[in-house]
Structure formats: C-alpha cells, structure tokens
Design a protein around this ligand. Structure first.
Ligand SMILES: [Zn+2]
Ligand SMILES: [Zn+2]
Ligand SMILES: [Zn+2]
Ligand SMILES: [Zn+2]
Length: 292
C-alpha cells in the first residue's frame, strides 16, 4: 500500500501524465490510461496513425478514445477538495462576502480579497497582488484580524458580565433593604373586640347548618303542596278540560257552555274563528283546594 496520504494519491489520480495538470475532458485509451482531450490532439495529429501511450508505451489507436465521464467527475471533486484544504491551511480565512479563498491582497485597502472581490467596483482600480507576494503584510493582517475577532468576543463577554454583576448588585441591595426594614409593632386590639370576633367565628358554622336545614325544609314543603293540589271542577272554564283526578288542566278544542258560577275560568283565544271574548271572568282562575 502506498505511503502517500489519500489526498496526495487522489491528486495523482486526477493528474494527466502528459501535461501534469488536473485532467480537462479526460479520454480513456485502449490500454486503460487517460489523457486530456487537448493532450491527445497535441500528440496524435493524424487520427489514422497508431501511437504509444505516454504512460505505458502500449500502441493505441486514436479512433478508440472515449470520454471518461466518471474520471471527469472525480477530478472536479479533487479540485474542490484541494481548494478547501488550501483555505483551511491559510487559517480558515475566506471572503465573508463570497465564501471564496482570499488569494489576492489589495495594497490600497491593505486587506486580502477573493477573486470575485477583485472584479468588484470597490477594488477594480486598486493595486491588487497575489497574497503570496505580500506574505509579511498578509501575516500582519491575519494577526490583526485574529486579534479583532478575539476583541469582539471579549467585549461581548464583558457586556454579559456587566449585566450579570448589575443583577447581583440589585439583588444585594434588595436584601440589604429587607435586613434594615423594621417591622412595626402590631396594633393592640381591644379585648372586647377580640371576644366578639371569636364569637362570630364560633357561631358561623352553626348558622350555616341552620340555613341548610331551612332550605331543605322549604323544598320538601313545596313538593308536598304540588302533590296534594286539587282543582275544583265547578270553577272550570269554557275552553278548559280538567283531568279525571282534578290535578291537571289542558286547553280544550271545543267551546263548552259556562256554568253560572262567577268563579269559572275563561281562557281567551286569539286564533281566527274563535274570536276574542273579554269579560270580567278572563282573569278568573280555578279554585285550587289543597288537601294536606
Ligand atoms: Zn493533459
Ligand atoms: Zn497506457
Ligand atoms: Zn470576496
Ligand atoms: Zn481594494
């Protein structure tokens, strides 16, 4: 097994043996090796002629070359991984605006910038150089940036601590006030008033009990009266039908001649056909006899 790191091995696999760069449009040969499309075009100018693979020297024919899409995808991954590692190696600093590696340094602003920043209005007229060329200046900026971040963290922590200490101070002051607060002497209550209050306290449950008993008594009395209610048939009205047991009354659908009893009941009707007869008996009611 190779002693090289997986990253190095991946890079080697993604590199063209002819141009020694990452493959661009890789093509697979009969022998199984790969070349960039432009490298093949450069080596084999005549498509009819056989040529040797630059890696294993096997004789291969140009007409048999095919695009290797899987390798093309792998090259993209290797390229992205390389970028990411470079950003991490440079202290993890990348452009906060474009999330790209800070490869350039703006001499006018004295800050590192990414390739996208370089094309922006802000820096287009500035003197921009590769970051490697201003290593010292970049290192200074890097230190300052780290210090700035640390300072922001410390300031945020300080604000938090100040708030917490203020809260603690408030609690301490409140406790101090409580400690100094003297309870006033309780008001002296006259002994007569005290006895009176105790008496009321004693009598209240007894009164409650009496009220409950009285309520029960009233309820049972009403129930008994309802059960013993008896209407007098002699006082019945012309539109009234009395039940056989003389306990219930309903409105009849036929007019019945009234007796001469002046106490007979009359139920007035407002429906068509019956007319409305009002006389002194309208307000009369049954005489109800209560048998107890
Ligand atoms: Zn190549
Ligand atoms: Zn080969
Ligand atoms: Zn940028
Ligand atoms: Zn600039």
């Amino acid at each position: 097994m190779s002693s090289r790191s997986p990253r190095k091995r991946l890079q080697a696999e993604a590199t063209c043996p002819s141009c020694l760069e990452y493959f661009i449009d890789p093509m697979i040969l009969d022998c199984g090796h790969n070349l960039c499309f432009r490298c093949i075009s450069h080596i084999w100018r005549n498509p009819q002629v056989m040529a040797r693979c630059p890696q294993c020297t096997a004789m291969v024919h140009r007409q048999n070359f095919k695009a290797n899409l899987q390798l093309a995808n792998m090259v993209e991954i290797a390229r992205a991984l390389g970028k990411q590692l470079k950003v991490e190696r440079d202290g993890g600093k990348c452009c906060k605006k474009h999330q790209e590696a800070l490869k350039l340094f703006c001499k006018d602003d004295k800050i590192p910038i990414c390739l996208v920043c370089d094309r922006s209005k802000q820096h287009i007229k500035h003197h921009v150089v590769p970051v490697e060329e201003v290593d010292q200046e970049y290192q200074i900026w890097n230190c300052l940036e780290t210090l700035r971040e640390e300072r922001d963290k410390i300031l945020a922590y300080k604000t938090l601590m100040e708030k917490e200490s203020q809260d603690l101070l408030d609690i301490g002051n409140a406790l101090e006030r409580c400690r100094n607060w003297k309870l006033e002497n309780p008001v002296v209550v006259a002994p007569e008033l005290k006895w009176c209050i105790w008496d009321i306290c004693d009598i209240t449950p007894y009164l409650k009990n009496v009220i409950e008993q009285f309520k029960d008594h009233l309820k049972s009395g009403f129930r008994l009266q309802k059960e013993n209610l008896h209407f007098d048939p002699l006082t019945s009205g012309p539109w009234v039908v009395l039940s056989a047991d003389c306990k219930t009354v309903t409105e009849g659908d036929q007019y019945r001649a009234l007796s001469n009893n002046p106490e007979s009941i009359y139920i007035p009707s407002f429906s068509p056909g019956r007319g409305h007869r009002a006389d002194h008996r309208t307000q009369q009611t049954f005489n109800a006899v209560l048998y107890t």
